[in-house]
Design a protein around this ligand. Structure first.
Ligand SMILES: *Cc1c(COP(=O)(O)O)cnc(C)c1O
Length: 395
């Protein structure tokens, strides 16, 4: 068996193994849509965008879906159109774009801790953080694992708060038999290339609130009323193009199949990685059916023999692009310096332990086996790996 790169061998993989990779729909379906839009001359927010909105709305069982240029733009507009002012409670354990919409809208993020077993925002911590200045809660379905959205709904209702979800990763996921998309006032999906339903770039805002949907439709075209050309508020150009929607429709047709494959590969990783000391997994939120989009483990340094960062470095040397989803957490980003933070001890601990493995809807069992094989060998030679990495850092 060849030696690990970190111990003087050659990298196990010749080319970098990406952490995520879009599952490309069959080209002929995309091609026929492209031909149609090419001959129509309608290249932005027209027929295909409307079709995508309507199909996703039916799939989610939500009254309105408004397509936008990204999840980030969708969040910026949703917060704006809800007319929020004051503090918004959200988990710190997420991707940077989760809090950007707040600060763009001059809203004050208040970071709270997550549940150690699910990684989702802890509803008890949310409730404790409510003040007279709180206007909303922003939940996140991290790794496609729905957060305790039902509990957040109860808190929001009781306290008279709005509830928005960063559902970027959670297309197809469900909680208590209810598909993600219909919780709270609005849920915002991403259709960027790493997501299960992708349009290249894009976002989808799902809401049962007709008024909000109407405002979002104006918000994505500068805030303009298309009849009067008046702007009641300053919106964005956040249109989804027809090219993106045509791709998104093809990706949508494959969604259920891709999700089933993804869940299977997710379960296979769990099996392959079971029994390794110091390796544990996030649990689904009670009642949740995650879509399996990201496979993330926690590494306990003492039991494993190496820190998460050492494992990350050693995997990268073998050309396996693992990720730290999500480290650094939001409260440690420069842009959020000085933001209000509650106790974030669970977040700080999880951040130091997370490691996300490559996973795609089309990943082969063989690739998964080879990745885990490398991981197991790094573990088996933990002491030697640590010594080499320690020297590299010191020199
Ligand atoms: C991908 C992602 C986003 C950003 O989505 P864009 O469409 O790229 O703006 C936001 N939040 C989370 C949790 C994400 O995973």
């Amino acid at each position: 068996m060849p030696e690990l790169k970190v111990l003087g061998g050659q990298p196990i993989f010749k080319e970098m193994v990406p952490v995520s990779s879009p599952t490309m729909p069959e080209f002929s379906r995309f091609e026929s849509r492209l031909r149609e839009l090419y001959s129509s001359g309608m290249i932005t927010t027209a027929k295909f965008v409307a079709e995508l909105e309507q199909k996703v709305s039916a799939y989610l069982g939500v009254k309105n879906v408004v397509a936008v240029s990204s999840n980030s733009a969708g969040q910026m507009l949703s917060l704006k159109c809800l007319g929020l002012k004051g503090e918004v409670i959200l988990p710190s354990f997420s991707f940077c774009a989760t809090s950007h919409g707040l600060t763009w809208n001059n809203l004050k993020p208040v970071f709270v801790d997550v549940d150690p077993s699910t990684g989702g925002v802890d509803p008890d911590r949310v409730e404790e953080a409510v003040t007279p200045d709180t206007c909303a809660i922003l939940g996140v379905h991290i790794w496609g694992n729905p957060c305790a959205a039902d509990k957040l709904e109860r808190i929001a209702k009781k306290r008279g708060l709005k509830l928005i979800m960063d559902a970027a990763q959670a297309m197809g996921s469900a909680l208590n038999g209810r598909r993600v998309g219909g919780f709270g006032d609005a849920e915002v999906f991403s259709c960027s290339p790493t997501k299960l339903l992708t349009s290249g770039e894009g976002g989808l805002v799902a809401t049962n609130d007709d008024r909000l949907a109407g405002l979002l439709r104006k918000g994505r075209i500068y805030g303009m009323d298309p009849k009067t050309y008046d702007c009641e508020f300053n919106g964005l150009n956040a249109r989804m193009t027809e090219f993106n929607a045509a791709f998104g429709l093809c990706s949508f047709e494959d969604l259920d199949r891709n999700m089933e494959r993804r869940k299977k590969s997710f379960a296979y990783y769990k099996k392959l990685l079971s029994g390794i000391p110091g390796v544990s997994f996030a649990e689904p939120t009670p009642g949740a059916e995650p879509n399996g989009i990201y496979f993330t483990i926690f590494i306990d340094e003492k039991a494993f023999g190496l820190s998460r960062d050492e494992v990350y470095d050693a995997m990268l040397m073998e050309k396996i692009l693992v990720k730290k989803y999500f480290d650094p957490p939001l409260h440690r980003l420069t842009v959020n310096r000085g933001a209000a933070c509650r106790d974030l001890s669970v977040t700080n601990e999880l951040c130091s332990k997370v490691l996300t493995f490559p996973l795609y809807s089309h990943i082969s069992a063989e690739l998964q086996e080879n990745i885990v094989d490398v991981f197991r060998r790094i573990h088996a030679k933990a002491d030697a790996v640590r010594e080499v990495l320690g020297r590299t850092v010191a020199s």
